[in-house]
Design a protein around this ligand. Structure first.
Ligand code: BYC
Ligand code: FE
Ligand code: FE
Length: 472
């Protein structure tokens, strides 16, 4: 049994930090830098307190508690899911051996790289969302934004803990760097493309939490399979929090679509823009953008990196234990998306090098469930319009399709035609300006912006008109 964390400690944790003075001191010296980063790069809107969920334990019964807390007093703790002392490695060349409690020397560099990439995305998203508070459509949404922000902050702590505890001086240096790179910075940007894009409005925020946080869910799902047990346990716990981020994205887009559909019916028009909502065509363009930049986050269609990670036992597949194969894949083939004679098609490759494609496909199937939901909202409103996911090769910057221009239907285009038609598929300055014009803050209890439907239920059993945030 893991002991309940002691909230009197500077860093709440269930990793017996007090027994490791060196590690405790390292984290305590990183903490002020984290807090400085949070003050300068975290949520910009001043608040007195926010109704937040704080992770306090890992057991089945009650892993979190809810209370109004001043954000600067939020306790970013370190929590690993409970240890299974009998856990064995589930895949790769070490399959069947006991899971590792320490990092094997030969895998140090690869594991550090995975932790750094994962850790880099967490504060990046907080930076991207920094200014959204000023235009929140309701106190309920404002609270959800801040909840996501503090938890992404905690996910940074989760990676920094592993770097400090297992990677010595190099790990401490990487932990410093995680606070020095910044989203969109020209000199030292965040590592992955999607995390250098802007999140300037709430439609972008909902699309980001739907599509980009969902990449997080799938990547964490593969790292949860890791032979390195502390990483596995960390990711398992992070996934609990991620469920809320998924909810914010899914129901956020639901509510945008619902409001738009309502106004389309009411005014008998295809363009809800003049009625003060986001036109369905613009929702589709935002979807196209966030989906395609998120597809890039899965890396190349074929990758020797991912083959090495799998063989070594560092990174598994989504739902590894439910796969009906030998979990080694040394002789298996698989079809991956590729350019065939210059057009989108498929080729057969060794399964190990196709694992980014495997994970991307799991993700795509999950994304489709959201689109189905949103289409049901349109159908229930009596509208014939439908949303859809664009072709996998559309607007890609990473992997096999980075070199070509492909329409949402999968049609190959030359540069001139792409330039001529891209404004019909991706948000234009006019679209963005319209969306921004809708982003007038609604900070009064129980009220909501005109472009968005209210949620079906509140947070933790509270009503929509609860005082989720006290502004200063
Ligand atoms: N942008 O061999 P390849 C989350 C680089 S999100 C820029 O195909 P690999 C969250 C790649 O690094 C989850 N560069 O890649 C969400 C490589 O560089 P080097 C984050 C990219 O390694 C919302 C080169 O291209 N976690 O948690 O098989 C809010 C060749 O690529 C990109 C992880 O990603 C890109 N999009 O796969 C908050 C898990 N893609 O080595 C949080 C850890 C690739 O030539 N990361 N490159 O210098 C990984 O597992 C893998 O590194 C990747 C890439 C899946 C990212
Ligand atoms: Fe996260
Ligand atoms: Fe998240």
């Amino acid at each position: 049994m893991t002991a309940a964390p002691d909230y009197a400690e500077k860093i709440p944790n269930n990793v017996d930090l007090r027994d490791d003075r060196r590690l405790q001191r390292a984290l305590e010296s990183w903490q002020p830098n984290f807090l400085r980063w949070w003050e300068s790069m975290g949520p910009a809107l001043p608040t007195r307190d926010v109704y937040l969920r704080t992770a306090v334990n890992v057991g089945r019964a009650g892993w979190a508690h809810f209370a109004h807390v001043p954000m600067r007093d939020y306790r970013w703790g370190i929590f690993l899911a409970e240890r299974d002392p009998d856990r064995r490695i589930g895949f790769g060349e070490h399959k069947g051996e006991p899971a590792w409690q320490q990092v094997p020397g030969e895998y140090r560099a690869d594991l550090r790289r995975l932790l750094v990439i994962q850790g880099d995305t967490e504060p990046a998203s907080v930076e991207q969302q920094r200014n959204l508070g000023a235009t929140a459509p309701s106190l309920y949404d404002l609270r959800n934004l801040f909840q996501v922000n503090v938890e992404e902050g905690r996910h940074l702590w989760a990676m920094v803990y592993l770097l400090h505890a297992h990677f010595g001086r190099e790990g401490r240096e990487e932990a410093e760097q995680l606070l020095l790179r910044n989203s969109g910075s020209a000199e030292s940007p965040r590592i992955l493309g999607a995390f250098n894009e802007e999140t300037p409005d709430w439609l972008s925020f909902f699309m980001f939490t739907y599509f980009t946080d969902r990449d997080g869910k799938y990547q964490l799902g593969t790292l949860k399979e890791s032979a390195f047990d502390p990483l596995s346990r960390t990711c398992e716990f992070m996934l609990k929090e991620e469920a809320h981020h998924m909810m914010v994205g899914t129901t956020g887009v639901d509510r945008v679509v619902e409001r738009t559909a309502q106004l389309m019916v009411e005014h008998d028009t295809d363009d809800a823009g003049p009625c003060g909502a986001v036109p369905l065509a613009v929702i589709q363009k935002y979807l196209n953008f966030h989906y395609s930049v998120s597809l890039d986050l899965f890396g190349g269609e074929t990758s020797t990196n991912v083959a090495n990670y799998y063989t070594a036992g560092l990174k598994g597949r989504w739902a590894e234990d439910r796969r009906p194969d030998d979990h080694r894949l040394t002789d298996d083939p698989m079809d991956v998306d590729a350019l065939v004679d210059g057009r989108p098609g498929q080729i057969e490759v060794p399964a190990l090098t196709g694992l980014n494609t495997d994970l991307r496909r799991q993700y795509i199937a999950d994304c489709q469930t959201g689109v189905n939901r949103w289409n049901k909202i349109l159908a229930d409103a009596g509208l014939p319009h439908r949303l859809r996911l664009p072709h996998v090769a559309f607007n890609r910057r990473v992997g096999a399709f980075a070199a070509v221009n492909v329409s949402p239907d999968g049609e190959l285009l030359d540069d001139a035609e792409w330039q001529r038609r891209r404004g019909g598929w991706l948000p234009t300055e006019v679209d963005k300006t319209h969306v921004r014009s809708l982003m007038r803050p609604v900070h009064e209890r129980g009220r909501i912006a005109a472009w968005l439907a209210p949620p079906r239920s509140g947070i933790n059993g509270k009503p929509f008109d609860y005082e989720y945030v006290h502004l200063t």
